[in-house]
Structures are given as structure tokens and as C-alpha cells.
Design a protein around this ligand. Structure first.
Ligand code: HEM
Length: 351
């Protein structure tokens, strides 16, 4: 079942050979992005070592996400082992139940037409704050054994806001306190295990919220015959919540017919590669059940280990929202961010 075209988000480049931008090379073709993701000479920009334990700097220096090749496999294995203990269908069910509970509790956006408990017209639900940013993290935090899953939600958001390089000093200071709070909520374990467990929550937070936001924005009016899994797959391709990732060339390399010098930064654009006509026939059309998937979960040894978990959580939430809500057709603003696409507000009408 098809939906109308989803136009590319503002700033999405077209597909072509790598081009040198202000901030390094921009890589847009599917084959070139995969080549960079699977080339050990293209390395993740490393975190600074030496930060005191329990701080944001410590977290960044301890998680697999920013680890150099030597320590990456063992740290990734910690996260993968924790994820292997979770059952995606159980996550989906828990996410659906919590979404139902939130809607039933009468949480409203606070807009004039939606006063709690007083029927003054259609009730608006602000999906991002009430559901998309809360449900996946709370379900995961509970399953990962954090002492206070509800309190983990804003705390994980505070860390996520400063997790990637370039955060403002105020956000980083807030994140330092949030990391300490998450460590205190975590079950006893060696430091590296604790850090990589927290890393799972932080990696999950914005991206899964963005996927839910995208699916609700594009799919709320879709025919019931369109399965939510198919909706999610095409939203991941056409409006990816993670638009790009970064690498640095550790030595001079040839990529996509261009030569990159050692230390050149690379920006790998999933949003462009997901519309590469060499891989996706009629790339701009929404076609549920396409044979070729998106690159939005990355690829290679650092590709997302939480893909099945993210899809299960999002499916549980979006299924309920599709049954219970209809579109409000209000503007959808997005968080300003160089690589993520997450709505700040997304209102829908509760049926
Ligand atoms: C729609 C939701 C998600 C998207 C689009 C997404 C996307 C990605 C991408 C693109 C990467 C690789 C980045 C790179 O190679 O530079 C990544 C890494 C990672 N993701 Fe996800 N992710 C999502 C949800 C999740 C969830 C739910 C979890 C855990 C429960 C998770 C855990 C991780 C971890 C631990 C890494 C680092 C892997 C490593 O260091 O090898 N992600 N994710």
C-alpha cells in the first residue's frame, strides 16, 4: 500500500560523488556511505579520555559509541548482551500499554481547547512530550533494571542533549548531573557495564522519539490496511530521525572517486543515501514493503545493535496512536540539530 510522496526534509542534499563542504566531505551515495561505514580506516571521532567517573565526559569515554577500534568490540558486546536479554515483542506490548495508560490518564497538551477533565472540545495530545520521549525510555529503563524508570526519562533526555560533540557548556553541566543520577539509579555493576547500559538508553532516546514523531506525522491519516511496520520502514527511509553520522579518515583514502586526506572529516548522509535511485527505484515514493531498506540504522561493525528493539517500541506506540488519534494538522517544528530530526511539538486529536 502506498502513501503520497514524503518530500525530503529541508537541507537534504541530492545524491552524487562526495563533495568538500565547510566541515569536511559530504558523502551522499548509498554505496559510498556503506563503503565508509565498513572501512576500518574511517574512524569515529574519539571522545577525550580522563574525565572524572560519573560525568558526561566519563560516559562518552566509556561507551562503545565513541570508542576506538581497540576497545570498541568488548564494549559493544556489553550493550549487545544487555539487549539480548530483552524480548522485542515484550517491549512492544509494554510500550503499547503505557501509551494507552497515558492517553487514558487524560494528559493533555495544555492548549486552550484541551483542559484536563473538562470537555471543551477535541482533546489535543502533544505526542512528543507525552508519549514519544517518555514511553520507549521508560520501558527500556524498567527492563534494564534502573531503580526509578519514570525519573530516568527526563534524566536520559538531559544526557542525550549533550551526548554528541559540540554541546553548549550549560547543557554539558546539566548532563553531568544527569549522568550521576543515572549511575545512582543503575544496578550495581562494574563501571564499564554501567556506562554501556546508560549508553543504550541515551542512544535510544532521541532517535526512537524522532521515529515515532515521523510515523505519526506522516502516517496518522494512512489507511488502516497499511501495517505499522511498513509505515515505520518507509518513514525511516524518507524522513530519517538520524540524518547522518560522522567519521574521520585516519589515513588518505579514495572514496567514491575522490581522494580524502588523513584527518579529513566525513559526514555520511543517510537522508540522501536513502533516496539513491541506484538502490531504490522511484526513490521519493512511499512504497510499503520495498525490498531495499534504509541506512538509517547504520551498517558495519558499528551499526545500531538496538534496531529490533527500536522498531518494537515504536510499533507498540504508533499502533495505539493510529487507533486512538487523528491528525490536528498543526505546524510541526523540529529541534535544531545537525544530524537528528526530532519534532519539538506534534499535536494530535484524541478520538
Ligand atoms: C529509530 C531508532 C534508532 C535509530 C535510527 C538508531 C540509529 C543508530 C545509528 C545510525 C547508529 C550507528 C552510528 C554510527 O555508526 O556512527 C547507532 C548506534 C547505536 N545504537 Fe541506535 N538507533 C536507534 C535506536 C536505538 C535503540 C532503541 C538502542 C538501544 C536500546 C540503540 C543503541 C545503539 C547503540 C548502543 C549504538 C552504538 C553501537 C556501537 O557502539 O557499536 N539505538 N544507532
Amino acid at each position: 500500500m502506498d502513501l503520497p510522496t514524503i518530500t525530503a526534509a529541508p537541507g537534504t542534499p541530492g545524491c552524487g560523488p562526495p563533495v568538500r563542504g565547510d566541515d569536511g566531505w559530504v558523502v551522499t551515495r548509498h554505496a559510498d556511505v556503506v563503503a565508509a561505514l565498513t572501512d576500518p580506516r574511517c574512524v569515529v571521532p574519539p571522545a577525550q579520555p580522563g574525565a572524572p567517573p560519573g560525568t558526561l565526559g566519563w560516559l562518552r569515554a566509556s561507551v562503545s559509541r565513541f570508542s576506538p577500534a581497540g576497545s570498541h568490540p568488548a564494549r559493544r558486546a556489553i550493550g549487545v548482551a544487555a539487549l539480548d536479554r530483552l524480548d522485542p515483542p515484550d517491549l512492544s506490548l509494554a510500550a503499547a500499554r503505557l501509551t494507552e495508560e497515558i492517553l487514558a490518564a487524560g494528559v493533555s497538551s495544555g492548549a486552550p481547547s484541551s483542559t484536563k477533565g473538562v470537555n471543551r472540545g477535541p482533546r489535543l495530545v502533544e505526542v512528543m512530550g507525552e508519549v514519544a520521549r517518555r514511553v520507549p525510555v521508560r520501558v527500556l529503563a524498567e527492563r534494564l533494571g534502573l531503580a526509578d524508570p519514570r525519573a530516568a526519562v527526563p534524566t536520559v533526555s538531559a544526557v542525550a542533549a549533550a551526548y554528541h560533540p559540540g554541546a553548549a557548556p550549560a547543557a554539558a553541566a546539566h548532563a553531568d548531573r544527569a549522568v550521576a543520577a543515572l549511575v545512582a539509579m543503575s544496578p550495581p555493576a562494574p563501571d564499564e557495564v554501567t556506562a554501556n547500559r546508560i549508553g543504550l538508553l541515551v542512544q535510544a532516546a532521541d532517535a526512537t522519539a524522532g521515529l515515532i514523531g515521523g510515523a505519526v506525522r506522516h502516517g496518522l491519516g494512512a489507511p488502516a490496511g497499511l501495517r505499522t511496520a511498513g509505515l515505520l520502514a518507509e518513514v525511516l527511509r524518507l524522513d530519517p530521525p538520524v540524518r547522518a553520522t560522522r567519521r574521520v579518515a585516519s589515513v588518505a583514502i579514495d572514496l567514491g572517486g575522490r581522494t580524502m586526506d588523513a584527518a579529513d572529516p566525513l559526514l555520511l548522509r543517510f537522508d540522501a543515501a536513502n533516496r539513491d535511485p541506484a538502490v531504490h527505484p522511484e526513490p521519493h515514493r512511499f512504497v510499503a514493503g520495498r525490498a531495499s531498506g534504509s541506512l538509517t540504522f547504520g551498517a558495519g561493525p558499528r551499526g545500531c545493535p538496538g534496531e529490533r528493539h527500536a522498531l518494537a517500541l515504536a510499533e507498540g506506540v504508533v499502533d495505539v496512536l493510529r487507533q486512538r488519534c487523528r491528525r490536528a494538522d498543526l505546524p510541526v517544528p523540529y529541534v535544531p540539530h545537525p544530524t537528528l530530526r526530532v519534532p519539538t511539538r506534534l499535536e494530535v486529536i484524541l478520538r
